[in-house]
Structures are given as C-alpha cells and as structure tokens.
Design a binder for this molecule. Sequence first.
Ligand code: 173
Length: 321
Amino acid sequence: MGIRTVFAVTGLALAAAFAPASAQEVTLRAVTSFAEGTQFSKNFERFIEKVNKDGKGVIQINYIGGPRAMPPFEVGNAVRTGVVDIANVTGAFYTNLMPEADGFKLISKPMSEQRKNGTWDYLNQLHNQKLNAQYLARQFHNVPFHLYLNKKIDKMDLTGMKIRVTPVYRDIVQALGGTPINTPPGEVYTALERGVVDGYGWPISGIFDLGWDKATKFRVNPGFYGAEVNVLVNLDKWKSLNDAQRKILNDAALWLEGLDAENVAINKAEDERQVKAGIQVLDFGPQVSQDFLKKANDVAWQSVIAKSPETGKKLRELAGN
Ligand code: 173
C-alpha cells in the first residue's frame, strides 16, 4: 500500500469516527406487550409508522412484534437492560421493578394536563431511576376497566369466584371476595374456556380482538380506574440520540397522546358491539355503583401506598383523588 493510500484510508476512518451523530440514521428495536394489531398495540403501531415516515435518514423503528416475540411481563425488564430500545407496555406489567406503577391507573387527568402539572416530570424521574427508561408517552386516557363474568351475580360480590387479574384488578377482586389469578392476556381465552376462571378484568375495549366475546356472558358496570399503556425508551439509548432524533420521537409521542381523542367513540362502539354479541350488562344502580367506585379507589391507593409509601403518596397528590 502506498503512503498516499494509507493517508487516504486513515483519513476516511477518522472522518467516520468523528462524524457527528446526526449524519447517521439510528434504528430502534421495538416490542409491544399486547398482541400485534389489537386494541392496545394499534396506536403504537401508528406511532411507529409515523416515526418511520417523518424520521427517514434520521431515526427508524424496527418493529419486532408482540408477545410471540417476548412474554408481556418481561417487557419492562427488556427496556431496562436494553434488550429492546423502545416498548409499548402498561405499568401493570412491570410492577416487579416499580411497585408504584400500579398507581398509574388511578391518575385520570389527560396527558396534556399531566405534562403541565408536573405529573409527567415525576413519572419520568421514576422511570429514569427504576426502569432505566425515558417515559416517552402515555396512552388510553378515558378508557375504564370492567369486570367480565360467566356467572351471574345479583350484588357486587365475587365470593367463590376465580377471576383472571393483573395487578390492576387484584385488590378490588379481593375486596369483593373473589380469588385473583394473575394471567397474561394470551392465556385468558383458554382459562375461560376450561373454566379455570369465572371471569376477568379488562378495559371496555378490545375483548373482540382475541375472541373473548365467545367466552363471556356478563359485563359488570360501572367501569373503574383508567387504562394506561406507556411508550418507554431505554435511557442509555435515549441519551445517545441527538436533538433531531429525539425531536422526531417527542413530536410523534405528542401526536400519539392526541389519538386519545378517539377513545370515547371507540368505547361507545365496543359497548354496543358487546350488547349485540349477547353480553349482558349487570348494573346495580347509582348507589351501588358509587360505593363500588369508592371502594375500588380506596383499596387501590391503600395497596400502592403500602408498597411504596413515599412515591405512592406523591402519586396520590398528583392524581388528586
Ligand atoms: O388486563 C390487563 O392485562 C391489563 O392490565 C391491561 C392494562 C392496560 C390495558 C389493557 C390491559
């Protein structure tokens, strides 16, 4: 190799080593904790499409998929360790790493407000510290949970019933006398079919995605708490991004939160579809509903504060309920 060539090659290597990060397109690996194409993955998939469109030459997302690729209760830890770069996951699935994540369902203010009143900042700090993650977005404001049953009840009492739960429903199911059985969504249908459980907790929307309507007889009103599904980015990866790359993600995150405006119409359509599918709504009137909601709120806060006294109280202050 001639001396000129050596200089030229060295020069190229140096140029590559010191090139500003902005010259390089980054690709993030993404997973979702809900089945691909279903209610609680759909908007994240639209977010990925948007990032891949707006981020050409800057940042791209490689969508690896859902629970077929990674068990849902492991997604939080995969973000923490950097096994994945970005994930769509509810706090209920990472309470092993952050017990107070069970309290997010109790924070019902819209994200536009949470971003102004300090809630987003506080939750971002929590995610930085406990999950090594940036709290990029929260979705599904205004989407309540319900109890769905296969045995009729004539009062708010689940005595003798086994109910599929995640941490979201555990305390209220217990408070109503039921036996909670922690089950990932992918196993709910079979558990219902085999009678391993007599019912389950799930939001108002999404039961048709996995065919659960065929194994569901009743839905209990009222809805309670609020679904939350977060977009988390591994913090080391986040810090390694340049301003342009972060801006693409942040802008897409705000756009994603804006999709929450669709939820009221979706809830209404899902409610009607359930009734058409023959699912009977059990409603015990305004007083019973009010007492139930108070009990649901009380037992959940008690449980969060017992597990995380300091952060639990702070979350309750921010939630204002
Ligand atoms: O029921 C669940 O699996 C659960 O906890 C949840 C949380 C947010 C959205 C949908 C389901």
